[in-house]
Design a protein around this ligand. Structure first.
Ligand SMILES: Cc1ncc(COP(=O)(O)O)c(C=O)c1O
Length: 382
């Protein structure tokens, strides 16, 4: 498999970067697209009568179509915002206008908090109720039946992740969506951790909203959210009066970051050119050694699935008798970058009863076998 490390100038020499789930290094073409946009003179605003303004419209339209291609979705339903969290808040605020007492929302404890708190707050404002579905802490899996069992005739929305940013589990979002639809509910999928690690087909999932963030897949910091056209037409967003009255723009809250849109378009093109199947199979090969190596260590506990089926190449672990923060600091001293804590998957860590969380290591397309050797050797020496 081709070594692509030369495509990531931020990698440099020295550090082994297992911090990808918190934010990846940026691919050369995305760096170039961002800066060449800013050099181009086209940095203007949308819907204007002169060439630079038209270039802004063309950029947004091209990025929508690239994102549509990446996600298997209609690009016309794509909004660009500063982050997935910001996009989800914008959308749930609009959804909340139509929620009231008796309405139910189903969230899960395997999710990142950006797909839980916005719903809790919408429920608190409207009198709706949130049901939080447990995952199986032994296997690290979220059975479709557990979500289905929480559905009632009052369920309006189901909010579920495509992949856990802590333990890698990929719930069967297509099956969960089918169950939700059968109960008359709509579905929001958090695709932030799924998108960099699998080929996504939003049409096949069948959900109503799907979000991803380009800084998790070699691009700049931005949130990209697809909305089903029917939902988009129905939503009445909180927005300023002169802003567009239809389309995804009205959920964007102000002028988008055109330079980020230029960069994310290039990063999405990188994923498409490399091919998501090829990226996933590379990552899986590298990840298998890391998972097996850590699982074999008697003083290490790996949370979540111990196999490579339906999972992202991301794991969380603890070394016996050592606080995760101390482990992360010891690894940093060896120039190995990992996170510790809950990475905002706070319900998940609470489910494990781990107040100080765990150490997280994630594989991306630029992690190589030597990085795995270094991490395994360093953990074994702790
Ligand atoms: C699974 C998952 N969902 C949502 C988010 C939030 O993304 P953003 O920082 O773009 O709001 C993250 C960020 O870590 C994540 O990993």
């Amino acid at each position: 498999m081709t070594d692509l490390r030369h495509r990531f100038p931020g990698l440099g020499d020295g550090w082994a970067r297992f911090d990808g789930p918190a934010g990846t290094q940026v691919v050369d073409t995305a760096i170039e697209a961002t800066s060449s946009w800013q050099r181009s003179g086209n940095n203007a605003n949308s819907h204007g009568p002169f060439a630079a303004a038209e270039a802004c419209d063309e950029l947004v339209s091209r990025a929508r179509s690239t994102m549509g291609e990446l996600l298997g979705a209609d690009g016309d339903g794509i909004m660009f915002g500063p982050s997935t969290t910001a996009n989800v808040f914008s959308i749930t605020r609009a959804i909340a206008r139509d929620l009231g007492p008796g309405d139910e929302i189903v969230c899960t404890r395997i999710d990142h908090d950006s797909n839980i708190s916005p719903w809790l707050l919408a429920a608190a404002d409207t009198g709706a109720t949130v049901r939080l579905v447990d995952f199986d802490v032994e296997t690290g899996r979220l059975p479709t039946e557990s979500v289905a069992a929480a559905l009632t005739e009052n369920t309006r929305w189901v909010a579920v992740t495509g992949a856990s940013n802590a333990i890698g589990t990929m719930p069967d979002v297509a099956a969960i969506t089918a169950a939700a639809k059968a109960a008359g509910a709509m579905v929001m999928v958090d695709g932030v951790h799924l998108t960099p690690h699998a080929r996504v087909d939003v049409g096949a999932i069948g959900c109503d909203v799907y979000s991803t963030s380009s800084y998790k897949w070699y691009g700049p910091h931005a949130g990209i959210t697809w909305l089903d056209p029917g939902l988009l037409a129905d939503l009445v967003p909180y927005k300023v009066r002169p802003a567009d009255d239809d389309g995804p723009d009205r959920l964007q809250l102000g002028t988008p970051s055109f330079e980020s849109i230029a960069g994310l378009d290039a990063a999405a093109r990188f994923l498409l050119d490399e091919g998501m199947e090829a990226i996933a199979s590379y990552e899986r090969r590298v990840f298998e050694r890391l998972l097996a190596g850590l699982v074999e260590m008697p003083n290490v506990r790996v949370l979540g699935p111990h196999d490579c089926i339906d999972r992202a190449p991301t794991l969380a672990f603890r070394v016996d008798g050592m606080a995760p923060s101390a482990t992360a600091r010891a690894l940093a001293a060896a120039e190995i970058a990992v996170w510790d804590g809950d990475y905002y998957a706070m319900e998940l860590m609470a489910s494990y009863g781990l107040a100080d969380g765990a150490v997280r290591a994630g594989i991306t397309r630029y992690i190589v076998d030597e990085d795995i050797d270094r991490l395994l050797t360093a953990v074994a020496a702790l």
